[in-house]
Design a protein around this ligand. Sequence first.
Ligand SMILES: [Zn+2]
Length: 274
Amino acid sequence: MSLPAPVLPLPQLTGVVASNGVHFLTDERLFEACGTRIAFTGRRGGVSKPPYEGLDLGTHVGDDPADVAVNRRLALEACGLSAFANELIIPNQVHSSTVLFAGEGILPLSQAAAPDCDGVICSSPGVPVLLCFADCVPVIIVAPDGCFAVVHSGRLGAAQRIAGGALEALAGARGLSPASCNVYIGPHICGNCYETGERIVQSFVQLMGPDCAVGTANLSLEAAVRHALLDAGACSERIHSCGTCTLESTDDYYSYRAEDKICGRHGAISCMLP
Ligand SMILES: [Zn+2]
């Protein structure tokens, strides 16, 4: 008989600089409680050259694939996950609401081409999952038994409530309450910097709530993501955002808008340690 899942400590994110120079945010108390490593990587510590300068983890942006491969290896090493490099899952992100289960809908890159999806749920130890970002909202959800989801929520994903869908699917699959899961929101473009126009802002206000609007023409993606999570049963105390805006922090993170659409991708990584 397996032991009951622990009550997770409330989420927090702390900056770490690994010995190989890679910077990332993680929750050490979460790791101690359930053995799941989470990380939001930055751009410091990588080998990519301008305009991708730094730890670019995306192969679809025009960067040298050899540099990206080195960067991915460095990122896994920084997180203590080098041993699981062959099991690494990276989906083909398409701004959808599709969430797949690792081992069923989506296999490691070393075994099969990546299917299209924007969320991956994983309940297998030793299988790291990486999604890539530059302004869109990275979300990592961890259940008390250590199983997790990594989600890419840009504007289209937010409108389709992908983070809420992933939380429901993860909690449902594990037979656990959504309110018991920790939710981590990584670096993304903030509402002050994200001008989308009045029509789009109004559609979010009607769909989610007035706090999605920042002024009349700017959208808070984080507010929309929080609504989706809370409507899916998340506990507000268990939703933690690092509070960093990518567009305002291009020394540390990539920003699609700040860098004229040509830039690398930082990552959200999670893995259950065996
Ligand atoms: Zn900002």
